[in-house]
Structure formats: structure tokens, C-alpha cells
Write a protein that binds this ligand. Structure first.
Ligand SMILES: *Cc1c(COP(=O)(O)O)cnc(C)c1O
Ligand SMILES: *[C@@H]1O[C@H](CO)[C@@H](O)[C@H](O)[C@H]1NC(C)=O
Ligand SMILES: *[C@@H]1O[C@H](CO)[C@@H](O)[C@H](O)[C@H]1NC(C)=O
Ligand SMILES: *[C@@H]1O[C@H](CO)[C@@H](O)[C@H](O)[C@H]1NC(C)=O
Length: 502
């Protein structure tokens, strides 16, 4: 045996004992990482949120990309000592999302069932492209997709599949729209059509990328003006479509949003659906962020008209705290996936006679190998119950209310949207009357909060008024947020503001 053969045979000799050993070493480290960030734990450490990247503080506890690269550039040695040390570093220097001060970027902390779901996925190592290798997880995805889709659509045929993220859901929904309305395009491409896509002015660049990828070109994307609250202006939509038609375009896709990224606004779905119908367009709703209010009996009315959509993207990994990533594309008729996507590749998808359902899930996608992310949502829903998920959403809305009322009583705070529709609150903070550069204050304070390791909050320019200053965008999306943590944030902003000099 060569040396490396010997090493391999040792390593794989007893996988059970080996995993046992690794898990045993890892378990206390993982629990300590969470305990450090959990206010209910005796080992909670204030300021345990984690990494802050700025040259001035690199020398201290935190480090920037270069020193991170240096620290993690290890000589692979084939033993577990270095591995354990490295795991310690990874835990130590990462942002600790279990901390209630993590109020950034829409997703929230993971939770115990999320860790269990990920662990199971890893142990099973299933590829959910075909049924033969994924009998259980494919059925689970099919079932949970139907159950989820039926919360939105009133059809018996509703269902959904997971995609690796919003961008893939984007592209897939656009492709589906074209393939269903213009089936010839599957074989012949765009032919003589100059297809046109309609979305709001501040939409993500990925829509343009999708249009490029589908051979429509970025000039086929028409950006419709928005109202002050960030919703799509329906009159402008009608005008833009009419103009595009006059210019020889074939409108086929309209994108609306349930919970915009900056303001959290919900479009007028009923009105947009009518425009879509009148112009033979596919009506897509991007509910990646705000779609999950469907679980809350008090909030779900904001989705009125969403049942008229042709497709709906929603991410359990955001508002529902399912472990990253878990993103569904839901449709009123599940067979639309196969109709628009399948190439009938018999070497891979053997099909199963008499089955009404397709369990070869990849046949309904543009990809092949897939991670069975649906399992994580399935387990979380099972564990918390529908009521538990509703409480999670309602709790988050109550926290938003509490914060909004708190800052409304303080003249130094100014809300950008008086009545937030979703879980983010956008506001300015002006510590003193003589301060003028609000962008600078916003950036200074959010940096100070992060440096202290207590709060990570985002800031943003105003998508409807690009020349106005940047404001705070704080996302209250976590079941562990308490009155104390919100008061703490309020006080921390004031304290940092007091230290600010222009
Ligand atoms: C986060 C977000 C996305 C992107 O979803 P990913 O699955 O994270 O790629 C899309 N649309 C909206 C409105 C979002 O908030
Ligand atoms: C498309 O993808 C981008 C990037 O992930 C995202 O921000 C955008 O809003 C997505 N839209 C949908 C429909 O998911
Ligand atoms: C839909 O609109 C939202 C918000 O304007 C945007 O984030 C998203 O990328 C758009 N998606 C598509 C597929 O047009
Ligand atoms: C669902 O779509 C398929 C084709 O994609 C079609 O054959 C079927 O009739 C549709 N069902 C309903 C209820 O619309």
C-alpha cells in the first residue's frame, strides 16, 4: 500500500466511530457559539455579534478580508488538530446570526430544528433530481409544495418546487411564462417576437440578467415608475405596455412584489392582474420576502389578489427562519413546470406509468442535481405547526409596532414610511438640529453599532428619491426579539448619535 492508500483506508475504516468522534468534539463548540448569542443563556456575552471589517480595528479582535485569508490559508495536513482549530476560528470570526441584534438583510437566525434539518440532509446526501434515488424527499417536496401553494392559490392543481434562490426562481418563472404562452419558443427560440418584460423601476438587476439569459436582451425589460411607497404604479404600467406594443413588442411577463426589499410594500395585485389578463401576460409575484405573511390571519389581507397570479416566489428562509437556503416557486397548476421545462430525457427520467404526479423533480426545472431544501421547511412546519408559524410572523409585526411607537415619540427619529407594511422599518436619525449630512450620520451610527458587536442593521438609499440621503433599514424578523433588545437598539442609536461630530 502507498502512504496515501494507507491513510485512506484508515480514514474510512470506521466511519461510524469517526463521525462520532467529530460530532463529540463539535457539539460543545456549536452549543457554546449559540449560547454566547442567546440572552437567556448564562454564557451570553454582550457584543458577541461578530466580525467588523475596518482597517483600524483589524489589529484587535476583528479582522478584514486579507487577514481572514491569511488565517485560513492552511497547509492541508491530513489530521484533525488543524481542523478543530480552524473550526474554532470559523465560529469565532463569523457574524453570529443567533444574536438577537442581527437585524440585517431580511433573513433571521437559524433555530434548533433548522440545524436538525440540515444535518439530516447532509446525512442522507440525497440528490432530489430523480425519484429512484430520492424516494422520500421527492415525495415530501411534492406534498409540501402543494400544501404551501394552496395557501396562495384556490386551485386543486396548485404546487411548487424549490430553487437554489430567488434568481433561479426569477429566470424559471420568466422561461415558464414564455414556454406556456408561446410553446413554439421551446424549439425555435424567440422567432420573430420582440418579447417584453415589465417590472418596477427599482427592481433588482437580476431581471435584466434573466432577460439576457433567455435571449430577450436587456432592452426588452421595461421599468415602470413606482409610487412613493415603492409600489408599482398601475397607470404607468398600462401606459408602458401600450407604448411597447406600439413599438412592436410582444408583452408576455409582468412582475409585481409582495414585500419590496427596501420598504416592504405590497403591490395592488388585483389591479395588476387585470392589466396582465388584458394584455395576455404572465403575472408573477416576487414574494421572496413578504409572501409568508400568508401564515398570519391578521396580515394576509395584504395578499388580496395574489391568488390571481400565474407564479409566486416565496422564501421560507427569510421570514420563517428556515435554514438558508429554501426558496419555492409556486404555481396554480403544478404540471406547468414539466410542460415548460421537460425535454423528456429518457436516460435520466424513466417516468412511472400511471402516476399522476411527477416525482422526478428535476424534469420540471432547468437544472439537474438539486438539494432537497424542501425538507427543512417540511420539518419546521411540522414542528412549529401552522399556529407556530403564524405566531412567529405576528410576533415580528408586534415588535415592529413597538419600535415604530417608540421612535414616533422622539423627534430625532423620522420614519421614511409612516406605516410599514412588512417587517423592516426605514427611518432617519438626526442627533442634533445643526447636523445636515444624514447619510454620514446613518453610516456612522450603523458602523458603531456593528463595531460594538451588539447590532447589525442595514441602511439604504431611497429607491423612489435617489437624491435624498440614506436611511436606516432595520429588519425585525426574529422570534427571540424582546422589548429589551428593541429598547437596547433605540438606546444604542442615541448613544452613538451623541458621539457623532460632523
Ligand atoms: C431577498 C429577495 C430576493 C432574493 O431572494 P434569494 O432567494 O435570497 O435570492 C428576491 N426578491 C425580494 C423582494 C427579496 O427580498
Ligand atoms: C431575482 O433574483 C434577485 C437576486 O437574487 C432578487 O433580488 C430578485 O428580487 C429576485 N426575484 C424573484 C422573482 O425572486
Ligand atoms: C420583481 O420585482 C422586484 C421588486 O421590484 C424585484 O426585486 C425582482 O427582481 C423582480 N423580479 C422579476 C423576475 O422581474
Ligand atoms: C394544467 O396544465 C396542463 C398543461 O400544462 C393542462 O393539460 C391541464 O389541463 C391544466 N389543468 C388545469 C386545471 O388547468
Amino acid at each position: 500500500m502507498t502512504q496515501s492508500e494507507q491513510l485512506l483506508s484508515q480514514l474510512e475504516a470506521n466511519r461510524v466511530a469517526e463521525l462520532d468522534e467529530l460530532l463529540t468534539v463539535l457539539k460543545p463548540k456549536v452549543l457554546a457559539h449559540i449560547a454566547k448569542a442567546d440572552p437567556n443563556s448564562p454564557s451570553y456575552q454582550k457584543g458577541s455579534l461578530g466580525t467588523y471589517h475596518e482597517p483600524a480595528v483589524l489589529k484587535e479582535k476583528f479582522f478584514g478580508p486579507q487577514s481572514a485569508a491569511a488565517k485560513l490559508d492552511k497547509q492541508p495536513q491530513g489530521n484533525s488538530d488543524e481542523l478543530i482549530k480552524t473550526i474554532d476560528d470559523i465560529l469565532e470570526y463569523s457574524v453570529n446570526t443567533w444574536n438577537p441584534g442581527f437585524l440585517d438583510k431580511l433573513y433571521a437566525s437559524n433555530n434548533p430544528i433548522g440545524v436538525v434539518g440540515d444535518l439530516l440532509l447532509s446525512v442522507l446526501n440525497t440528490n432530489s433530481h430523480v425519484y429512484t434515488v430520492s424516494p422520500v424527499l421527492s415525495v415530501i417536496e411534492n406534498e409540501i409544495g402543494k400544501k404551501y401553494a394552496k395557501l396562495y392559490f384556490n386551485t386543486d392543481t396548485a404546487g411548487g418546487l424549490t430553487f437554489p434562490g430567488g434568481s433561479w426562481s426569477n429566470i424559471t418563472s420568466m422561461h415558464m411564462a414564455r414556454a406556456l404562452r408561446y410553446p413554439d419558443t421551446k424549439a425555435k427560440g424567440n422567432g420573430n417576437h420582440k418579447f417584453a418584460v415589465f417590472t418596477s423601476k427599482h427592481c433588482h438587476y437580476s431581471v435584466e440578467k434573466a432577460a439576457i439569459l433567455l435571449g430577450l436582451g436587456s432592452e426588452s425589460v421595461f421599468k415602470v415608475a413606482i409610487n412613493e411607497d415603492g409600489t408599482l404604479n398601475v397607470d404607468e404600467l398600462k401606459k408602458t405596455i401600450a407604448q411597447a406594443k406600439e413599438d412592436g413588442f410582444t408583452p408576455f411577463y409582468i412582475n409585481a412584489t409582495a414585500g419590496t426589499t427596501v420598504f416592504g410594500s405590497y403591490d395592488d395585485f388585483t389591479a395588476i392582474s387585470a392589466v396582465a389578463k388584458a394584455n395576455d401576460c404572465h403575472f408573477h409575484i416576487d414574494g421572496s420576502w413578504g409572501g409568508n405573511i400568508v401564515f398570519s390571519p391578521t396580515q394576509r389581507k395584504k395578499l388580496a389578489g395574489a391568488e390571481l397570479a400565474d407564479s409566486f416566489t416565496v422564501n421560507p428562509h427569510k421570514m420563517l427562519g428556515v435554514a438558508n437556503t429554501c426558496s419555492f416557486l409556486l404555481v396554480p397548476n403544478l404540471s406547468h413546470f414539466q410542460t415548460s421545462m421537460s425535454l423528456k430525457a429518457p436516460y435520466l427520467f424513466h417516468g412511472r406509468e400511471n402516476d399522476e404526479d411527477n416525482y422526478d423533480l428535476a424534469d420540471g426545472t432547468m437544472g439537474c442535481g438539486r438539494r432537497p431544501d424542501a425538507l427543512k421547511f417540511y420539518l419546521a412546519w411540522l414542528y412549529y405547526g401552522t399556529q407556530g408559524l403564524a405566531s412567529r410572523v405576528d410576533h415580528a409585526y408586534a415588535v415592529v409596532d413597538y419600535f415604530v411607537n417608540l421612535v414616533k415619540q422622539d423627534k430625532r427619529f423620522q420614519l421614511v414610511i409612516e406605516d410599514p407594511q412588512c417587517l423592516q422599518v426605514c427611518f432617519y436619525y438626526k442627533p442634533r438640529e445643526d447636523i445636515h449630512d444624514l447619510t454620514a450620520v446613518t453610516r456612522y451610527i450603523s458602523r458603531e453599532l456593528h463595531k460594538a458587536g451588539e447590532y447589525l442593521v442595514d441602511f439604504s438609499p431611497n429607491p423612489t428619491k435617489l437624491d435624498s440621503p440614506e436611511f436606516f433599514r432595520v429588519v425585525f424578523n426574529s422570534p427571540i426579539l424582546s422589548k429589551e433588545s428593541v429598547d437596547g437598539l433605540y438606546n444604542a442609536i442615541i448613544k452613538a448619535g451623541d458621539e457623532y461630530t460632523e
